[in-house]
Design a protein around this ligand. Structure first.
Ligand code: WQD
Length: 328
């Protein structure tokens, strides 16, 4: 059987494709290459250049490759951009999912792994975020992911498919330099970018109600994200009844200041280190978002295996190899 991985030429998608192949799964990739890179798709994996919004193309791809399962990662994911361009996010993330579902359900592909996000929780006021924590997203990006989960629940309820939605926390690192994140829209690459320009890292607020005053996040290695997708896909294909929504995190909080210090230690002072400067809080940033990762361990037997220094070390190697060219 074959899995269709949408967004499989992207940073996270390419890691998922590589991990699925390493486990012997057959894969075909659909990617519009708006942010993905065809060079990330492994040799021997068919790449269909197109959008999930192209229903006939999706249908043809599912039919031609006898697709039985979908891992859906193709989406827009920048919070700040979603605030500026909400309709673009609703078109790509919500209408794109609807068109994709219409095609795959129509073609009888019964299994669906959905890339969701901790952004569905918004600014949770709990020490550890469990899957039953109320979902109150605070930006259009988070709302598109919550709507996606609800759409899947309705389609599954109508008997159309079985699914697992995976709520990622803060993703970092890379399994190899070639697969590194080339975006500059999250903490680790944003600090690298500052370092490479001999500018001090910026800390958006140090007056939060946290031990060191900076925000706390649950950082998770992209290779762990990928292995969780493989586990979820196999559970669905194996007929295992899985909970429909699972957090992917390490269950441990790391503050922004701690992460910045780790970056200093791992990259070494020869990277032109400068002590961080504190800037005003970024609107919408919750003080603490840390996953409970118990349910995914209980349901799929999955646990994160990489620590924060490894995330930073692998991200730094990728940053240096890919250079400034091709950054977004
Ligand atoms: C983390 C913390 C910033 C840069 C992200 C994605 C979201 C979702 C969850 C996928 C915040 C602080 C950052 C900098 C800083 N992922 N920061 N200086 O906002 O937690 O959410 O992960 O679905 O899509 O956006 O991640 O990396 O932007 O910020 O102080 O130069 O680091 O204020 O507290 P965030 P982030």
């Amino acid at each position: 059987m074959t899995w269709l991985v949408t967004g499989g030429a992207g940073y996270i998608g390419a890691h998922v494709v590589t991990a699925m192949r390493a486990q012997g799964e057959r894969v075909v990739v659909l990617d519009d290459l708006s942010t993905g890179d065809a060079s990330r798709v492994p040799e021997g994996v068919p790449l269909v250049h197109g959008s999930v919004l192209d229903g006939p193309l999706v249908q043809r791809t599912v039919d031609r490759h006898a697709v039985r399962g979908v891992v859906h990662l193709a989406a827009k994911k920048q919070v700040e951009e979603s605030v500026r361009r909400p309709l673009h996010y609703y078109a790509e993330n919500v209408e794109g999912l609807r068109v994709l579902l219409d095609a795959v359900v129509g073609a009888g592909a019964p299994w669906f792994v959905f890339s969701s996000s901790a952004a569905v929780y918004g600014a949770p006021d709990v020490d550890v975020v469990g899957e039953d924590t109320p979902c109150l997203p605070v930006n259009p990006y988070g709302r598109t992911k919550l709507i996606g989960e609800q759409m899947l629940a309705d389609v599954a309820g109508a008997g159309g498919l079985r699914y697992t939605a995976l709520r990622y926390f803060n993703v970092a690192g890379s399994a190899s330099p070639a697969l590194a994140d080339r975006g500059v829209s999250n903490l680790v690459p944003m600090v690298f970018d500052r370092l490479s320009r001999h500018l001090p890292p910026r800390v958006f607020g140090d007056d939060y109600d946290t031990p060191d005053g900076s925000c706390i996040r649950d950082f998770i290695h992209v290779a762990d994200i990928a292995s969780a997708h493989v586990a979820a896909a196999r559970a669905l294909a194996g007929g295992q009844e899985t909970d429909h929504v699972l957090n992917i995190g390490r269950g441990r909080g790391v503050s922004v200041l701690e992460m910045v210090r780790t970056i200093r230690d791992v990259t070494g002072t020869d990277a032109g280190w400068a002590e961080p400067v504190v800037e005003p809080r970024r609107p919408g940033d919750p003080p603490r978002v840390v996953a409970s990762a118990e349910r995914i361990r209980d349901v799929l037997g999955w646990e994160a295996r990489h620590d924060v220094p490894e995330m930073v070390r692998s991200a730094w190697e990728g940053w240096q190899v890919s250079g400034s060219a091709g950054r977004r």
